[in-house]
Design a protein around this ligand. Structure first.
Ligand code: CUA
Length: 174
């Protein structure tokens, strides 16, 4: 399903690209451009290049980029009206923790907050999908899971907790 959406998006992007090229070609030939137009074109290309660089640089720490290492801990999260079920509530500090989140019923929003109530990361939880999010907990202590997508009467009650413990150097939950 996701591959089909990706393929359709790529085909549409190529078609839009062709439309842009056709529009540019139907304009005045480059030799007839004046000094101001040429400067304008250079400015547009420079902004485009800068936009690509900024986009790539800012997306590099993308939380959804899941990179498995030998130390990676995996946790399965199940959401439902109105509960969170986490198959391991004692997570290691300082290593990547991958949350595999799925739902038993409707859309939910898996959000994790620290003890100070600050939202650290979140991922959408959708029927028919297992959505992954990875996070490295720098501090030990209590963390709270909340729901960030309105899912019915007791949405506000969809809360659970887990603990992050000092990493012992080995994980037994695969
Ligand atoms: Cu589940 Cu709101």
């Amino acid at each position: 399903m996701q591959m089909a959406v990706l393929a359709i998006s790529l085909v549409l992007m190529v078609l839009i690209g062709f439309a842009f090229v056709a529009a540019i070609r139907s304009g005045a030939p480059p030799s007839s451009l004046g000094h101001v137009e040429r400067r304008r074109w250079r400015l547009i290309l420079a902004m485009l290049a800068m936009g690509i660089v900024v986009t790539i640089a800012s997306l590099r720490p993308w939380p959804q980029a899941v990179a498995m290492t030998a130390d990676t801990a995996t946790v399965n999260v199940t959401g439902g009206q109105w509960y969170w079920d986490i198959d391991n509530t004692e997570l290691p500090q300082g290593v990547p923790v991958v949350f595999n989140a799925h739902t038993e019923d409707v859309n939910h929003g898996f959000g994790v907050m620290n003890a100070a109530g600050r939202l650290l990361f979140q991922v959408q939880v959708m029927p028919g999908y297992v959505n992954q999010v990875q996070y490295v907990f720098d501090e030990t202590g209590e963390y709270r899971v909340v729901c960030l997508e309105y899912c019915g009467l007791a949405h506000h009650d969809m809360i659970t907790d887990f603990t992050v413990l000092a990493n012992q150097g080995s994980m037994d939950n695969g």
